[in-house]
Design a protein around this ligand. Structure first.
Ligand SMILES: [Zn+2]
Length: 147
């Protein structure tokens, strides 16, 4: 008998590499995993350096269980310092991304213009936050007289 250890699988551990980069480099199909958008970008730049005609896209793996939000802001010097707030970029599993990304608030940045941040870092974009509905513990209404 094969032992009494019933393989009760816990939820699969999250792979540290939720992103995929795929492309065509020197006529060959390439695919690579990436742990972060920054890693995906550097991989794509590598391919483009190797082949001027290379094409590449990246995406959140289609088998990722849920949408994934990455946080980034414009790199220094791109916009006035006061506007370098941290935008939320929601990614849907399997949705293909190219060179630019649109934040929840509608701000559009190209990949090389984005400085990626860890959650909680930077001054959050209030428009992104408002649209994300991430405020689980809403402040009491400060304006208006209802309750
Ligand atoms: Zn924003």
């Amino acid at each position: 008998m094969l032992g009494g250890q019933v393989a009760e699988r816990p939820a699969p551990a999250r792979s540290p590499a939720p992103f995929m980069v795929v492309g065509k480099v020197n006529g060959r199909d390439e695919a690579a995993r990436a742990a972060s958008p920054a890693e995906a970008l550097s991989r794509m730049l590598e391919w483009l350096a190797a082949d001027r005609d290379a094409s590449a896209v990246w995406y959140l793996r289609e088998d990722w269980p849920e949408p994934f939000t990455v946080i980034g802001r414009a790199v220094r010097g791109r916009v006035p310092e006061s506007r370098r707030c941290a935008h939320l970029f929601p990614l849907e599993p399997g949705a293909v991304l190219r060179g630019a990304m649109t934040a929840r608030c509608g701000a559009r940045l190209t990949l090389p213009e984005i400085e990626w941040l860890a959650p909680g870092a930077g001054m959050p974009c209030e428009y992104c936050l408002a649209k994300a509905g991430v405020c689980r513990n809403p402040r009491p209404l400060l304006e208006g007289g209802h309750r």
